[in-house]
Design a protein around this ligand. Structure first.
Ligand code: SF4
Length: 903
């Protein structure tokens, strides 16, 4: 096979053989150009180890084939209920990731200036002592809040460990981009409006819609709102959707996306919406459903707060005491049309009272609207015509989509993707979509998105936050008095942390401990790091590979394990899927252990706060595990199995599908209130169409603010009330007014990469070597751009590049590009180009306006201009397969673990 003819198919078929070739000592250069079947056949016995992939959040169960101690093949494990034996290109790339020649192999200390990429190898003992000494010094001199800790998302299994680490070293300034920009706005809105208890939101690829993994689900149609599972979660959500479509009854879909995606190609209606206008379309849908009386009136009356009266002075639900009725200040009030008077709600509902959903009624001298009335008023102006005009859509097509969604003979649901989390209206869009589902009664019925299936008997990867921070420290968390939604995950607001780092406002942050790949790729307006990092005394990065962030910012690099070297448990429908270390290379350490070791070392060196992290009473929940053995015990705490037995089994079925699929849990009897249904997890036990919990969050921080002394901790109010209903706000940079930057930019995912990772995998880069910039033919002609040509893309914050893909698969006036990095430029004279040359996040916006609740900034739906490019730097970008030879798998033997993991 020649270099030129090495194809994607060849990669997928031969990746296993490649591992074997490298193990046999054939050079990396040879292995890119030829597979020697004779040598491959000579190898020894193959052992198959059950584990699970972690190249993306889906955690597909896989079988790792190991020959002579080396992983030579990965294939899907058919026992997995979600992937059912499927595995995608990212998963197959696990071998190239594991044996990548450019891994972080040992702790490394910077010896030259930042940016010069000069390092010396040091021991783990020295590395830990150095980090712990710095933590203790900064804490003593400036206060522990002067240390910032960050991590990466994408379902990062160590997310909770990073939060714990922050609490252990006594800093409130822990953050992760996903808290404001991905997932949390959708989840937070659900927690407030639908109520506590997981899973509970409209995110299919990330956390819910489990009913759709069963082909007997009665779902007949789905609305894919800014989500493309066939592209972003190929082996799981995409596979499940394909099977639903393949049933005799099929599956009708509506896709709302500016791009003609894989799922759009299979949809009955494609709505190529203008990026940044989703809230306008949600309001248009709401008005149409109300006007055409398509909603489930009985469900709305019984199980939502639509009939509840609202106090116009407090903006909260009217209580009996305020209405002058007998009852308490916790009793809700509805209007009784028979007596033409207000009455106190008798939970769950007042028999024989047909409380109106709409209308305004005089109570105790106040004009009190119902929650439903306020919903109706919020969407009054949003006719089909107005929605079409603002969203750049066709009114007839919007109506066609609505007819599919509201078909009385079918069961539908809305899946919301990450796109709505990536601009200022994140919370509003999540509340708007939830309200559509509530109106239609699409809640916990067979075939709906919103379900609370039986919880898995194993550790919750995102929970168990110890409460070790004092009130004083919590009050110092950057940006969370204004943006209290992020307190749901006890995180700080990124632009506020950066302000503290750069300007010392409200205090100077001196140290940054970062665990993820490349913050230059994922953060909005990431060039701002150029000004921020010189203000920091000390920066630590933990990751598997050096990145632009390592070269430009880090003082110390700590090497972490790849997924084939890691142990974990993953709940997956009615099973638990095991991840077990298949091998171990160099001095890499699983990051959970790194956090623990640092905290232990800080304590050893005299830090008085750190010992609390290992004290069950102080943590109030599970303390930090001290070693790998304790971690395994914690993860299997409810399974009553040994780690070895669980690994042997690989996929553990803890319930039958029938036991797992528990519908209408809100109707089950409430053990604390015999004879009454449990209801939903909101204060009223009703679905909050009028989301007063959002107002309360902004005013007090409840239900998420907490500290060591108080839970809930009452915080000062935000500068303005958070709104209880969806509303529309035109993007700050808008094509309606911008003549200098005339095109709207949107971004998205690719099936061969996950977040900022995997761009260093040679075969994945062969499939997709450089980022495409999609542009409509009419726009391409206007700006003189030809298909396949390099282009400049510029915003008010910077300039980057992409390769033009001229296509009608993108709405006119819109351009799309995937976020990217160019690690092959790390050793160039200007390593900053490694993140600037093809990275859309040097264009994105991290300045106000922000989403009020989560502080979300603008990663999509802002203005750019494009032009043909002949910039010289583009000649250095690797495009041809042979250029990726330096990254081919290298021979490397398994090594002992670095630390004693206990027994
Ligand atoms: S979808 Fe692909 S990358 Fe994600 S877990 Fe499954 S095999 Fe791995």
């Amino acid at each position: 096979m020649s270099q030129a003819t090495l194809t994607r198919r060849g990669f997928l078929k031969s990746s296993a053989a490649m591992g074997a070739v490298a193990a046999l000592g054939i050079s990396a250069a040879d292995s890119l150009t030829a597979v020697d079947p004779a040598h491959a056949d000579e190898a020894g016995e193959v052992k198959i180890i059950k584990t699970s992939c972690r190249a993306c959040i889906a955690s597909c169960a896989v079988l790792a084939h190991v020959r002579d101690g080396r992983v030579v093949k990965i294939e899907g494990n058919p026992e997995s209920p979600m992937s059912q034996g499927g595995v995608c290109a990212k998963g197959l790339a696990g071998i190239q990731a594991l044996y990548h020649p450019n891994r972080n192999k040992y702790p490394m200390r910077r010896v030259g200036e930042r940016g010069t990429n000069q390092w010396e190898r040091i021991s783990w003992a020295d590395a830990l002592t150095e980090v712990a000494t710095k933590i203790n010094e900064v804490s003593d001199k400036y206060g522990s809040e002067a240390i910032s800790v960050s991590t990466g998302g994408g379902g990062n299994p160590h997310f909770s460990n990073v939060k714990r680490f922050g609490e252990a070293i006594n800093t409130p300034n822990v953050w992760e981009p996903g808290c404001s920009q991905c997932y949390l706005p959708r989840m937070g809105a659900s927690l407030l409006a639908y109520g506590a208890g997981k899973p509970n939101n409209l995110s299919f690829s990330d956390s819910n819609g489990w009913d759709y993994y069963y082909t007997d689900s009665p779902v007949t149609s789905l609305v894919l709102w800014g989500t493309d599972p066939s592209n972003s979660s190929v082996a799981t959500g995409g596979r499940a959707l394909a099977e639903l479509r393949n049933r005799p009854e099929g599956l009708r879909t509506v896709v709302i996306d500016p791009r003609y995606t894989l799922d759009a190609a299979k949809a009955e209606v494609w709505l190529p919406i203008r990026p940044g206008t989703d809230a306008a379309l949600l309001l248009t849908w709401t008005r149409w459903i109300l006007e055409n009386e398509k909603y489930d009136e009985e469900f709305c009356r019984t199980w939502t707060n639509m009939p509840y009266l609202i106090n116009p002075e407090t903006r909260l639900t009217l209580k009996a005491t305020e209405a002058g009725l007998p009852g308490t200040d916790e009793d809700y009030v509805i209007w009784d049309p028979a007596s033409n008077a207000p009455v106190v709600v008798t939970y769950p509902f007042n028999e024989g009272v047909a409380a109106p959903l709409f209308g305004t009624f005089e109570v105790n001298g106040m004009q009190c609207p119902t929650g439903g009335q306020l919903l109706k008023e919020s969407c009054e102006e949003w006719t089909l015509e107005k929605g079409a005009e603002i969203c750049w859509l066709d009114a007839g097509q919007i109506e066609r989509a609505l007819e599919i969604y509201t078909d009385p003979n079918g069961q539908s649901g809305i899946m919301q993707g990450v796109c709505i989390d990536q601009y200022v209206q994140s919370q509003q869009c999540a509340l708007g979509a939830l309200n559509l589902e509530f109106l239609m009664g699409n809640v916990e019925k067979p075939g709906t998105m919103l379900q609370k299936f039986a919880p898995a008997p194993c550790k919750d990867q995102l929970g168990n936050t110890p409460r070790l921070l004092s009130k004083e420290k919590v009050m110092k968390r950057c940006g969370t008095i204004e943006h209290k939604g992020i307190l749901c995950w006890d995180m700080a607001h990124i632009p506020s942390v950066f302000k503290a780092m750069k300007d010392g406002d409200p205090y100077q942050i001196h140290m940054w401990i970062e665990r993820s790949g490349n913050k230059h790729v994922v953060l909005g307006n990431s060039s701002c790091l150029d000004e921020i990092v010189p203000k920091l005394d000390y920066v630590v990065q933990c990751f598997m590979y050096p990145t632009a962030f390592s070269v430009l910012c880090a003082d110390l690099l700590l090497p972490t394990t790849e997924w084939l070297e890691t142990n974990l448990t993953i709940p997956q429908l009615n099973t638990i899927v095991m991840r077990q270390a298949v091998t171990h290379l160099f001095e890499t350490v699983e990051e959970g252990i790194i956090w623990t070791q640092i905290v232990q070392k800080c304590a050893e060196l005299g830090n008085e706060h750190c010992p609390k992290a290992f004290d069950e009473a102080a943590c109030m929940t599970t303390p930090f595990y001290k070693n790998e053995y304790e971690k395994q015990k914690q993860h299997l705490n409810k399974l009553e199995m040994s780690w070895e037995d669980a690994c042997e089994q690989g996929v553990i079925q803890w319930a039958t599908p029938e036991e797992y699929r528990t519908y209408q849990t809100y109707l089950a009897e409430d053990p604390e209130n015999p004879g009454k249904p449990k209801g939903f997890g909101t204060p009223s036990k009703k679905l909050e169409v009028y989301c007063e919990s959002n107002i309360i969050l902004g005013r007090t921080g409840a239900p998420w603010s907490q500290c060591a002394e108080e839970a809930p901790l009452v915080l000062p109010p935000a500068s303005a009330d958070y709104e209880p209903l969806c509303y529309y706000q035109e993007p700050a940079e808008s094509p309606l007014t911008d003549t200098e930057y005339p095109l709207v930019l949107t971004e998205g995912r690719l099936p061969m990469y996950h977040h900022g990772t995997l761009r260093n995998i040679p075969y994945l880069r062969e499939i997709y070597p450089v980022p495409e910039m999609w542009i409509h033919p009419a726009d391409a002609e206007k700006y003189g751009i030809a298909d396949g040509q390099w282009v400049n893309i510029e915003s008010r914050r910077g300039k980057t590049h992409g390769m033009a893909h001229v296509t009608t698969a993108i709405a006119k006036g819109v351009v799309y590009q995937e976020r990217f990095w160019a690690p092959e430029l790390l050793d160039s004279d200007d390593p900053a180009q490694a993140y600037k040359v093809m990275n859309i996040n040097v264009l994105t916006k991290n300045d106000p306006p922000y989403n009020p609740e989560y502080g979300t900034y603008t990663l999509r739906g802002f203005q750019v201009k494009v032009s043909p490019s002949d910039d010289e730097i583009l000649d250095s970008v690797w495009v041809r397969p042979e250029q990726f030879q330096p990254w081919m798998p290298a021979p490397s033997d398994a090594t002992e673990d670095v630390f004693d993991y206990g027994a």
